[in-house]
Ligand binder design. Structure first.
Ligand code: A2P
Length: 274
């Protein structure tokens, strides 16, 4: 597994398991268990996913030390708007059955995010959070936050896959020493995009004896972003981390890069209604 260093020196595994839309209970417990068995050491959840308790249980039941796992959760929009950052954070800790998280993110740029971030800075300084950051922030949201923040966000977690590479925002973040994490790297749940059936990526996959999903995840590794594919299937979870034994050429990287058609699977952070 490759690690990346965040702007505060904390190390993060470049590949993690996402659990958005993974139902709480057995589904999430199994996904996390299988991921840990396949040597994932990075799990990404959020309060709004409703499965923090299942993530916590799976970690507790595993024989992997908590300190060897990079655990991310996120502050939900209603809690940002209601000014209840600290209470929401405590609820997340309790559900996760832990006394710290490795990364805590503002989930969306909801009204009040600058104030919420101030509270996160305090929690970070107190040691209950190892790194703080944001999610679904455009450049202008990052610039607004920079006006009041004392601590630069360690990451911006954004939607990015071959049909929405979001490269301009990624370049901006990299220039500003903010690591980028990409969600829905495989184009989202079935039917959202057909990127997992893309013929050009399929040809590259055939050359290496890999799947299209593995080629996309490898493309993310090589373009230096942190990637959190999700799956509820054991064999896919294992396959998605099996991407460290081949390397795409710069021409192949460019082919995948050129598939961009700005097709979102989620909301535009400038127009979300939740
Ligand atoms: P499933 O749970 O049925 O495996 P995202 O791009 O948001 O990470 O979503 C990818 C979707 O594609 C998931 O919902 C997952 O559904 C499916 N998926 C994940 N890994 C693979 C894979 N290796 N091959 C095919 N489908 C995959």
């Amino acid at each position: 597994m490759l690690y990346k260093k965040l702007n505060n020196g904390i190390e993060i595994p470049q590949l993690g398991l996402g659990v958005f839309r993974t139902p709480s209970g057995q589904d999430t417990e199994n996904a996390v268990k299988w991921a840990l068995e396949a040597n994932y050491r990075h799990i990404d959840t959020a309060k709004i996913y409703g499965n923090e308790a299942s993530v916590g249980k799976a970690i507790e039941d595993s024989n992997v030390k908590r300190s060897d796992i990079f655990l991310t959760t996120k502050l939900w929009n209603d809690d940002i708007r209601a000014g209840r950052t600290e209470a929401a954070f405590e609820e997340s800790l309790k559900a996760l059955k832990t006394d710290y998280v490795d990364l805590y993110l503002i989930h969306w740029p909801a009204e009040g995010f600058s104030e919420a971030y101030k509270v996160m800075e305090r929690l970070y300084e107190g040691g209950a959070i190892k790194a703080i950051g944001v999610s679904n922030f455009h450049e202008h949201h990052l610039e607004k936050l920079a006006k009041t923040a004392n601590i630069k966000p360690a990451v911006d977690q954004i939607e990015s896959h071959p049909y929405l590479n979001n490269q301009k925002l990624i370049d901006y973040c990299m220039k500003n020493d903010i690591n980028v994490e990409v969600w829905s790297p495989l184009g989202g749940s079935l039917g959202k995009t057909d990127v997992l059936h893309n013929e050009q990526i399929g040809e590259i996959a055939k050359k290496y004896g890999k799947s299209i999903a593995q080629v996309i995840i490898r493309w993310d590794i090589q373009r230096n972003v942190i990637v959190i594919p999700k799956s509820t299937h054991q064999e896919r979870i294992a396959a998605n981390i099996d991407v460290f034994d081949f390397e795409l050429t710069s021409e192949e990287m460019q082919i995948i890069q050129s598939l961009n058609c700005n097709q979102r699977v989620g909301s535009d952070p400038d127009h979300f209604d939740f």
